[in-house]
Design a binder for this molecule. Structure first.
Ligand SMILES: [Zn+2]
Length: 299
């Protein structure tokens, strides 16, 4: 049983998939599959390309633009192959992730073509939440393979996680920042309670995304509850760390950042930061670039 088991919706499904695939750690198995498949598509610039041989390995015949509901879709073709269609409105990085996600679905079909589920415990109607999470995990592992991560200097001379890797790796591997953060800084044993990014737009700082490592497998919030920082929020100037630009530094951050990581009823999640009471500041890491700030809130 994998250590991420508590995050699954249906552990019987995960057990069954592990039995069928002959592994006792489904996520490790999946990461390994992604790593091997990635080697079919690596190009000298570094990022993974959906090459012909990569697609052939998963029996994908074509990838084309279409009117799809959502981001992308996979369906069987007449000859035991598959076709991926995608929504042309997606940005380039989002599109890559969406296609990789659809490729991930091929692992949960019975071999021999068609879209019959591998396990009878997979939901037949609508999306199965565990399968969707596994496909997301696969997509991130395919586009940023484990062996690439191992070659990165994750920490600086002071031993601090290098938040500057977020924009660097995002550009190099043509991935979305959130996916990069999950792969680099939100893994098991992460020192962070949350990792946040904010951007300066028309003289106002606004949060862009927030990753919570403990729930990195998938952020699942009960209906009616929200994590305030998962929505966009205006950041009052007094909440910005006063730090030099260009490298990750250890600093003291406004305690309200941690409030933004807690699940609260949806109407309360909308409360602006400047209406929350100020309280204990706490240690964290921060990186400031010209118009972006990344924060690592320590647990
Ligand atoms: Zn899916």
């Amino acid at each position: 049983m994998s250590s991420n088991f508590h995050a699954y919706t249906n552990r019987y499904l995960i057990d069954d998939l592990e039995n069928r695939l002959g592994t006792n750690d489904l996520l490790a198995w999946l990461d390994n599959e992604a790593d091997e498949l990635a080697s079919e598509g690596r190009i000298p610039l570094g990022f993974v390309h959906f090459s012909k041989s990569l697609l052939q390995k998963r029996k994908i015949k074509r990838i084309c633009e279409a009117e799809v509901i959502g981001k992308a879709c996979i369906r069987p073709t007449e000859d035991e192959h598959y076709e991926i269609t995608y929504n042309p409105v997606l940005s380039h990085h989002a599109l890559r992730l969406a296609i990789a996600h659809e490729i991930g679905h091929t692992y949960w079909f019975q071999p021999g073509g068609g879209a019959k589920p591998l396990s009878p415990l997979q939901r037949r109607l609508g999306r199965d939440p565990d399968i969707e999470c596994l496909c997301n995990r696969f997509a991130e592992s395919l586009l940023l393979p484990l062996r690439e991560i191992k070659s990165l200097e994750l920490k600086n001379q002071e031993g601090l996680p290098r938040l500057e890797l977020i924009p660097e790796v995002t550009n190099k591997y043509k991935l979305e920042e959130r996916a990069v953060v999950r792969k680099l800084f939100a893994r098991k044993g992460s020192p962070f309670a949350g990792i946040i990014s904010m951007k300066l737009t028309t003289q106002m700082w606004t949060t862009r995304w927030c990753i919570i490592p403990k729930r990195a497998y998938e952020l699942r919030t009960p209906t009616g509850f929200r994590i305030p920082l998962c929505g966009k929020k205006t950041v009052p100037l007094e909440m910005l760390p006063e730090i030099p630009k260009g490298q990750t530094v250890a600093t003291i951050l406004d305690g309200r950042w941690w409030d933004g990581l807690k699940q609260v009823p949806a109407n309360i999640a909308k409360t602006p930061f400047d209406r929350l009471s100020r309280h204990n500041s706490r240690p964290g890491l921060a990186l400031r670039l010209s118009n972006v700030i990344y924060l690592g809130l320590l647990a």
